[in-house]
Design a protein around this ligand. Sequence first.
Ligand code: WT7
Length: 644
Amino acid sequence: MTAVTDLDVFPPSPEFAATANAGPELAAAAEADRLGFWADQAARLHWHEPFTEVLDWTDAPVAKWFVGGKLNVAYNCVDRHVLDGHGDQVAIHWEGEPGDSRDLTYNDLLAEVSRAANYFTELGLEAGDRVAIYMPMIPEAIISMLACARLGLTHSVVFAGYSPTALRSRVDDAEARLIVTTDGQWRRGKSAPLKEAVDGALADGEHSVEHVLVVRRTGMDVPWTEKRDAWWDDTVAVASPEHEAQAFDSEHPLFILYTSGTTGKPKGIVHTTGGYLTQTSYTHHYVFDHKAGQDVYWCTADIGWVTGHSYIVYGPLSNRTTQVVYEGTPNSPNEHRHWEIVEKYGVTIYYTAPTLVRTFMKWGHAIPEAHNLSSIRLLGSVGEPINPEAWRWYRKHIGADKAPIVDTWWQTETGAIMMSPLPGVTATKPGAAMGPLPGISAKVVDDDGNDIALGETEAVGYLVLDQPWPAMLRGIWGDMDRYRETYWDRYADQGWYFAGDGAKVDEDDAFWVLGRVDDVMNVSGHRISTSEVESALVGHYGVAEAAVVGASDDTTGQGIVAFVILKESAHGGDADLVAELKAEVAREISPIAKPREIHIVPELPKTRSGKIMRRLLRDVAEGRELGDTSTLVDPKVFEAIRNS
Ligand code: WT7
């Protein structure tokens, strides 16, 4: 990482500060009375019944926020804006990949969400039931999420790039009764089947799914199971647009979202209602300096990830945002697509991932320069550390050298942004998430939990959250032991949440998040566990053993590098086999998990206790001198690996 000097500090401009939503009083209020501060933030929402207690932490590490309160998430995201007289405001400027587009006002959204809620009710679904959503970025995906929220159905959105196997394991784990999907999805001008993948996932019939609801998107032919399957057009589209929302308990489970952990089995992260909506609404308002009715906001994430949940659906809609939702990739039909969309809608706030910024850099600044991007007044980054070069490029070429950049650190588990500069308040440094937001508390500590002294720039520690926060996960679906073990056992004495990230704090008290310290890789901002990929590889008949590491990659942050030992029977034809193994991982998990390189090796480096030494494999993958090999059973194995 390039050294950062004083010249690299970007103080807020007086013009931005003059109209910023945030001011220094925000942090002062949170410091004076943390729980009172959160109670004030909760007042951003409409409560059908007020809460009686802000936080109940007696059952730690399972929190209850806004105890006794009742609210409806969809009412807060849709109905109340219509009732307040903003029904004609555009909620979603939707841009389809092939060039079709559609605007939905808050009135439209209310009618559509109500229709879907009426049809889900007709299917016999009841509050607490789970619904899987396996869809591309089309308005019906957001409508389905909101219809679930409206009825107290717990949704589990599964990224539409995931394989039938990955979908099935998530559907099984949550015991979903309904899957909402599409016939197919557009990908770089071609239609790819999706309903067929659902049928593949459900082929054996031994599952919890009673209904499959299908939105027509590409018009392709689909396999059909009578009684189980229904077209959205024949059902939701003809249902009544009137529906009265009921209120649910503040701790009612809103959604489950699966994310990779250190073992092969994805964790179903559980989020609830009142605290989650409070913090997503609060952070969206202040971190993005969002002004309802004026800004045009665009978060480029997919609803399959938490960023899509919190910063496309719940945070923005609770704040009556007008936003762009785009279905496709940034280079279809060409590399101008994002900037054409920015120009077309006058996007003012643009939130994306560092991997995309680095891709734009590779494409060259002539591309954004061909467009009028003067509407942009704030830029956001999320998903992985943003390297200072990319940060500077982003500010200069997309932000006209003046838009503040908010580098937002958070996780699927935290539910909402935890660390970020506050635009108009915080002076930023390229590459630093700066510090916890008002109301949030974080520390960087050593193995024993001692503070790492400020300014000890060389000392890298672990990032912990030492106070509960409203949007925190409430557990892992069906596995509370794993919840405690994964996040709370590491600093059990102190009662801190272990984030799994390495970090440091500099002499100005700025936090720098450095990346995962566990066996989780970060590829283009997607979290993938090494063991998930390893189990996909050993699932192939030719593979005896596999070890996977994340190696640094100029564009994607990390790239997946696999080392495999073949079974005797599979030797010969290695080149074909490598291609086949890559395809196998894409098929088993998703194309996003496809290894960048696969090395066929005769042996893997192991410790005397039989653990694979991934650290050394990472050295090999990144072309470095080997670290300490003294604990290896057979240090010579590296010659064999290097030569293969
Ligand atoms: C992990 C969480 C947060 C939504 C998208 C990813 C890394 C995320 C930053 C950032 C440095 C970051 C961390 C974190 N990460 N944002 N601004 N700076 N690292 O959610 O899939 O749950 O991944 O992403 O390593 O632990 P996720």
